[in-house]
Design a protein around this ligand. Structure first.
Ligand SMILES: NC(=O)c1ccc[n+]([C@@H]2O[C@H](COP(=O)([O-])OP(=O)(O)OC[C@H]3O[C@@H](n4cnc5c(N)ncnc54)[C@H](O)[C@@H]3O)[C@@H](O)[C@H]2O)c1
Length: 357
């Protein structure tokens, strides 16, 4: 297997998980984690020292241009996702960016166009898609096991308080991330919801509202709801809050025309997803035993090890080697941004918003 030289840009919270996952892939001969950079030199040095990364810098360019680097993992706060992607793409490097992919749709389009034109691989981190329960649900829906999807619900009940926003002042601001609950937390579930519902065609209509009800110290939304329609006529509802104390989790449930329902539940936040509803005739017993196993195992996706980041980075490295798209492409990453923008537009206009945007 060809080892791929990779570097990390942005050495804050999430970069630690990328470093752990990449070092584990390095030990398996898949890659070599060569360099990292952060505007804050101390953070870059700490990440490098903690994870045995041989080179650290304060300039992203130094990582992108470093000999042996073929790919970049962008772990900065959102405003630098597009510039880093464009810088790497311009010199033929492959890029995977943390969610959300960019700040807005025009930026998403620029990233997609640039990476496609340069024929480099481009991925967006949505590691929950690699939960076995999510892959199982997607496969079953795609294989037609519930028939045509006719309804889909997305319920998201997490908790974020003032200390979380104080910890990184960019969070919850228009300039820093262009949103809050939807763009930072719920975007994980929105991505999975739209992915699981994709057998219904694209989402074509959004009537939404958002509000800030309990977080006066941030600029953007902490609550949102939406009524939705898909191309095949399926209907859906989404409800998002980060005011739930204690943090609960999220559930996506999809019903097909056969009447069967499949769910993916994360409860509480951080626990690996499970299929807590699986009513496909003949599969109930095996689904129940897998659910019992998973509930007993209580696996987390970050602790003690960021296993889902490892699985997604492994897919990205394989995509580079095989010259194919990763599971979550730029086009896929754009979908959740489009959806969030539609809720915003609908809130402002008070009317239904037709997609695509
Ligand atoms: N996948 C997940 O579960 C998950 C979890 C947390 C955060 N995230 C995402 O990861 C990203 C980073 O979040 P975080 O919590 O790690 O933020 P953070 O503030 O802890 O870290 C971001 C780092 O990027 C650095 N940076 C900013 N601009 C830079 C530039 N031009 N060059 C080099 N370094 C630069 C900052 O100095 C900072 O150290 C966000 O997009 C966030 O939404 C994803």
């Amino acid at each position: 297997m060809r080892r791929i030289g990779i570097g990390i840009i942005g050495c804050g919270n999430i970069a630690r998980f990328h470093a752990m996952a990449l070092k584990s892939l390095e030990a398996e001969g898949e890659c070599e984690l060569i360099a990292c950079a952060d505007l804050d030199g101390e953070k870059a040095a700490t990440l490098a020292n903690d994870h045995g990364i041989p080179n650290h810098y304060t300039d992203a360019r130094a990582v992108i241009d470093h000999p042996g680097i073929e790919a970049i993992a962008v772990c900065t706060n959102p405003p630098f996702h597009l510039p880093a992607t464009l810088m790497a793409t311009a010199v033929g490097k492959h890029t995977i960016v943390e969610k959300p992919m960019t700040m807005d749709l025009a930026e998403a389009d620029r990233a997609i166009e640039a990476t496609r034109k340069a024929n480099v691989r481009f991925g967006v981190i949505f590691m929950r898609r690699f939960w076995p329960a999510a892959l199982r649900a997607h496969e079953a829906i795609k294989a037609g096991k519930i028939g045509r999807p006719i309804s889909g619900d997305f319920m998201f009940k997490w908790h974020r308080d003032e200390s979380y926003y104080r910890d990184a002042p960019w969070r919850g601001t228009w300039k820093g991330e262009n949103g809050a609950a939807l763009v930072n937390q719920a975007v994980h579930g929105i991505d999975m919801y739209l992915w699981l519902m994709s057998a219904a065609g694209p989402c074509t209509s959004v009537y939404g509202k958002w509000a800030n009800l309990t977080h006066p110290y941030i600029e953007c939304e902490d609550t949102a709801v939406a009524a939705l329609r898909w191309e095949n006529g399926a209907l859906g509802v989404a409800s998002v809050s980060i005011s739930t104390t204690p943090t609960l989790g999220s559930r996506i449930s999809i019903t097909g025309e056969t009447g069967a329902t499949i769910s993916v539940l994360e409860d509480p936040e951080g626990r690996m997803g499970v299929n807590d509803i699986w009513t496909i005739p003949g599969e109930e017993a095996s689904a129940a035993s897998e659910l019992a196993r998973a509930r007993e195992a209580k696996e987390e996706h970050f602790s003690p090890f960021p296993i889902c980041h490892k699985w997604q980075l492994q897919d990205f490295l394989a995509a580079i080697r095989e010259g194919r798209d990763p599971l979550v492409t730029g086009e896929e990453g754009r979908r959740s941004i489009e959806f969030i923008n539609a809720i915003r537009q609908s809130t402002i206009s008070g009317s239904e918003v037709r997609l695509p945007l």
